[in-house]
Design a protein around this ligand. Structure first.
Ligand code: NAD
Length: 494
């Protein structure tokens, strides 16, 4: 019997309980794993007030170098408690230990170090010498100052990675933060409170509040008038609500939203690599990844072979206890999300899909029989205008379509209102680059998937979002840019 964790709010450097709580089940077994304390409007107000106080007080007085040292220390502290973080992440999310231990927790920690390094690299102010109308000289230069109190709102699909992806750039450029993790997966974010205290962050710099979205913690936070900007990752429909909330008070938003990403597999590709890469992009994290592939366009001459090999990969997934090292696919995050994905599976059948594999719920044994399991699924034969091809599903599934030439591939891949990610598989560098450069997506991989250099820009076209995170691009959102114009008197040339 695993211990039931208490997930409390972290406000002004202290953990705080709430009179309102909710239960969190393990998605693999439905067993109770945590009691979450829901932050009230007053709790959110206290968190924002603490963040403002820290912004104007101890955090502002600290040098950039000292702030970055604290971030590096926090990174090391997470890594020193990796096992605790791994256990909590698996219990909340159901992700397999291989991914959580090798990727999610290390990367979640290292983002704090990476953004400390990126921000401390340099900022080169712009300078201009200007002739004034009365014949004098003025010296202009730019200065970047922190944006202020940032509200950061996260989804459930990569809990610690998403939390530090929001926290790290905000802190690196001198802001203070109120973070709301998803109500489905709040544990590892909440554990960060202790880490930040031990690292030596002043109280109030980071606050973590738990709860739901609409009419709850999320909305209390986005509607709080003393929040300066909102950094959100989640569904496009939620992004719309958040943008509306941000309009009051003219607050800035960074929105990382949904996708319906395409892969283009060309006849000259390395087929084994293309199948392996596409399988990873469809089935990794049980398909719950914004950068995952749900539409696959394959040259007709290799279509049958590609589908056969992808089917083998789907059927080779090892669904099982996420705590076992051989497991490659865990459950979906919740029964509610499984119901949504199953509805999409049923809809695909009615829209005319040929089900190559999957399409339902797998048989699981013992405790796992109560989990939110789903079969990896491949379809062919759907109309391009069907909802299955146009709407994000966020499950381990894809639709595979034969294409006759590169023009058709581009046209179909770009026929979406989203534009987050895409992949092209081809041995011909020029051909692959020509396609990648014409795809309307924030990130295009050629002969690979999910290679993430944190210095690169990250964000989407169209309904996939607004703004770019990653590297120095995150500075744009997290700082205000000022022009200081000093008139030189007496005239510079006298
Ligand atoms: P979601 O939009 O349902 O919830 C995200 C967060 O917003 C949660 O913390 C939720 O409590 C909060 N929220 C919901 N309604 C709110 C409101 N009215 N006001 C304030 N907060 C509110 O998304 P999800 O289901 O948690 O995550 C899955 C989605 O996230 C998918 O669409 C996926 O594509 C997207 N996603 C995008 C990226 C990216 O970088 N573009 C990364 C990961 C996930």
């Amino acid at each position: 019997m695993t211990e039931v964790r208490q997930v409390k709010n972290f406000i002004d450097g202290e953990y705080r309980v709430s009179s309102s709580t909710f239960e969190l089940p393990d998605p693999a077994t439905s067993q109770l794993v945590a009691i979450v304390h829901e932050a009230s409007a007053d709790d959110v107000d206290d968190a924002v007030t603490a963040a403002r106080r820290a912004l104007n007080g101890p955090w502002a007085r600290m040098s950039m170098a000292d702030r970055h040292e604290l971030m590096r220390k926090a990174c090391d502290l997470i890594l020193s408690r990796k096992d605790e973080f791994v256990a909590a992440e698996i219990a909340d999310s159901g992700h397999p230990i291989s991914a959580v231990s090798n990727i999610e927790i290390p990367r979640g920690a290292q983002q704090l170090r990476a953004f400390a390094d990126i921000a401390s690299g340099h900022y080169e102010p712009e300078t201009f010498e200007t002739q004034t109308p009365d014949g004098r000289q003025a010296h202009n230069y730019t200065q970047r100052v922190p944006k202020g109190v940032i509200a950061a709102i996260c989804p459930w699909n990569l809990p610690l990675i998403m939390a530090t992806w929001k926290l790290a750039p905000a802190l690196a450029w001198g802001n203070t933060v109120v973070l709301k993790p998803s109500e489905e997966t709040p544990s590892t974010a909440s554990m960060l409170g202790k880490i930040f205290n031990e690292a030596g962050f002043p109280a109030g710099v980071i606050n973590i509040v738990n709860g739901f979205g609409m009419d709850s913690t999320g909305e209390f936070l986005t509607r709080h008038p003393d929040v300066d900007a909102i950094n959100f990752t989640g569904e496009t429909v939620t992004g719309t609500a958040i943008m509306q909330a941000a309009a009051v008070g003219i607050r800035d938003v960074s929105l990382e939203l949904g996708g319906k990403n395409a892969a283009i597999i060309l006849d000259d590709c390395n087929l084994d690599a293309a199948v392996a890469g596409t399988a990873a992009s469809v089935f990794y994290n049980c398909g719950q990844i914004c950068l995952g592939t749900e539409r696959v366009y394959v040259s007709r001459s290799i279509f049958d072979e590609f589908v056969a090999q992808l089917k083998r990969r789907a059927e080779g997934q090892i669904l099982g206890d996420p705590r076992l090292p051989d497991t490659t696919m865990g459950p979906l995050v919740s029964h509610e999300h499984r119901e949504k994905v199953l509805q999409c599976y049923r809809r695909a059948a009615t829209e005319g899909a040929e089900v190559i594999t999957g399409g339902g719920v797998p048989e699981m044994e013992d405790d796992l029989a109560r989990g939110a399991w789903i079969q990896p699924t491949i379809w062919t034969g759907l109309p391009e205008n069907s909802r299955s091809v146009r709407e994000e599903i966020f499950g381990p599934c894809c639709h595979v379509v034969p294409i006759d030439d590169d023009e058709a591939a581009i046209e179909l891949a770009n026929d979406t209102r989203y534009g987050l990610a895409a992949t092209v598989w081809s041995a011909d560098t020029k051909r692959a680059r020509t396609l990648a450069e014409r795809l309307n997506a924030g990130v295009c991989w050629i002969n690979g998937w999910m290679i993430r250099d944190l210095r690169t820009p990250f964000g989407g076209f169209g309904e996939s979002g607004i703004g770019r995170e990653g590297g120095a691009h995150a500075m744009e959102f997290h700082t205000e840019l000022k022009n200081i114009c000093q008139v030189l008197d007496p005239p510079a040339d006298s």
